[in-house]
Design a protein around this ligand. Structure first.
Ligand SMILES: *[C@@H]1O[C@H](CO)[C@@H](O)[C@H](O)[C@H]1NC(C)=O
Ligand SMILES: *[C@@H]1O[C@H](CO)[C@@H](O)[C@H](O)[C@H]1NC(C)=O
Ligand SMILES: *[C@@H]1O[C@H](CO)[C@@H](O)[C@H](O)[C@H]1NC(C)=O
Ligand SMILES: CC(=O)N[C@H]1CO[C@H](CO)[C@@H](O)[C@@H]1O
Length: 341
């Protein structure tokens, strides 16, 4: 018996040695090794499992775009750094199947600035599946995207609420830079007195606010009016539960079991001032009263301002501090580009 084992061992050793020798030149060895290790990474993985605690941070890409701008990568990285103990999930419409840990690893390799974060996950956004068992399914199947002026925005508003209904947690727009944890569970964020933003909010799974909003979304759907599905809807539904008074201090306004956060918490620079993010400030603000910063990317869709390395703008300083990985890659590229000129 023992002799047989020794023999078996020798045969394996010789075979491996042979494979190694013959494949070294073409360096197929990594492939052989990775196929040997496949059984260990073929563990299946899905959003239901990852988000089962109801405390995930959710980002959405509702277009087929697969190369997100750096601001999107910054938003996700900053959340991964602030919420180290929570899953940060980026759902992308353009992504096909992610079924195993290996698929996940490969998908994350496409985003080098995110690949080292253990709490970041990327999954396909499958709308029909997402809308299943919600009032949105019928609306979605009936809609004609080509005829819809604000289709992507309408759709994105529907997706975020369906996500919160299904999984709970926090929803963040992909132009929101996280700077410290939001110490709330069920909350909406005020853009100004009486008006709720839809860029950042949190709910427990299957919260009544999400269900009411999904129904309201379908009933009052008007894709022609900008914001009808987003801020207007949030405010409308919130006002059903309580009278919103004006903020007198930084304290939240409590509305049933939902906290309504002061504008300073997420929108210390209001939408009219969005260009301030792309300007150089005498003194970099510390945003001590804010949890995250909404950069109003849709206000920027015309001018398409971006972070410029070495410009010392506010946004560059925010990148340096809150998403140093993507900042490092951008800076590296800028250096390389300079060397060529
Ligand atoms: C990996 O898992 C999938 C199902 O999740 C299965 O179909 C496939 O055969 C598995 N592959 C290996 C190499 O075990
Ligand atoms: C929140 O309050 C509503 C009533 O306004 C109630 O129906 C719902 O169950 C509550 N949800 C949670 C998670 O406490
Ligand atoms: C850096 O440049 C390479 C080559 O042009 C490009 O593929 C990559 O996306 C750039 N990285 C960043 C972070 O912009
Ligand atoms: C299904 C539906 O009602 N879609 C609306 C979305 O937006 C367009 C205009 O952009 C409206 O005309 C549709 O009624």
């Amino acid at each position: 018996m023992n002799r047989l084992k020794v023999f078996g061992f020798l045969v394996s050793a010789i075979t491996l040695g042979f494979i190694y020798k013959t494949t070294k030149k073409q360096s197929i060895l990594p492939y052989i090794l990775s196929s040997i290790s496949t059984p260990f990474t073929n563990t299946s993985i899905n959003p239901q499992g990852i988000l089962k605690e109801g405390n995930g941070i959710i980002f959405l890409e509702t277009t087929d775009r697969m190369e997100p701008p750096s601001l999107v990568l910054c938003a996700i990285e900053s959340a991964a750094r602030v919420y180290t103990d929570r899953p940060v999930v980026f759902f992308m419409k353009g992504l096909t199947d992610i079924n195993t840990e290996e698929d996940e690893k490969q998908a994350k390799k496409t985003f080098p600035s995110l690949s080292s974060f253990q709490n970041v996950y990327i999954f396909p956004l499958r709308m029909q599946e997402l809308f299943k068992d919600t009032p949105l399914l019928k609306w979605f199947l009936k809609a004609d995207p080509k005829k819809e002026k604000f289709w992507i925005h309408n759709l994105s508003d529907g997706c975020r609420m369906a996500m919160m209904w299904r999984y709970g947690g926090f929803y963040f727009d992909s132009d929101v830079i996280s700077i410290r944890p939001i110490p709330e569970i069920n909350f909406l964020t005020a853009e100004h007195d009486q008006t709720s933003g839809s860029s950042v909010f949190g709910l427990t799974p299957h919260h009544s606010f999400a269900w009411t909003s999904l129904n309201d979304f379908v009933q009052n759907y008007n894709g022609n009016v900008w914001g009808n599905q987003g801020p207007t809807l949030f405010t409308r539904v919130l006002k059903q539960s309580c009278e919103l008074s004006a903020f007198k201090s930084l304290d939240n306004i409590v509305c049933g079991n939902i906290s309504f956060l002061h504008p300073e918490r997420i929108y210390p620079i209001s939408y009219g001032g969005w260009k301030r993010y792309f300007e150089v400030w005498d003194k970099i603000p510390t945003f001590d009263n804010s949890y995250a910063l909404h950069l109003w990317n849709y206000m920027n869709s015309g001018e398409k301002k971006t972070v410029v390395i070495g410009s010392n703008t506010l946004v560059e300083n925010l990148y340096k501090q809150y998403c140093p990985s993507i900042y490092g890659l951008l800076a590296e590229n800028a250096t390389t580009a300079n060397q060529h000129t």
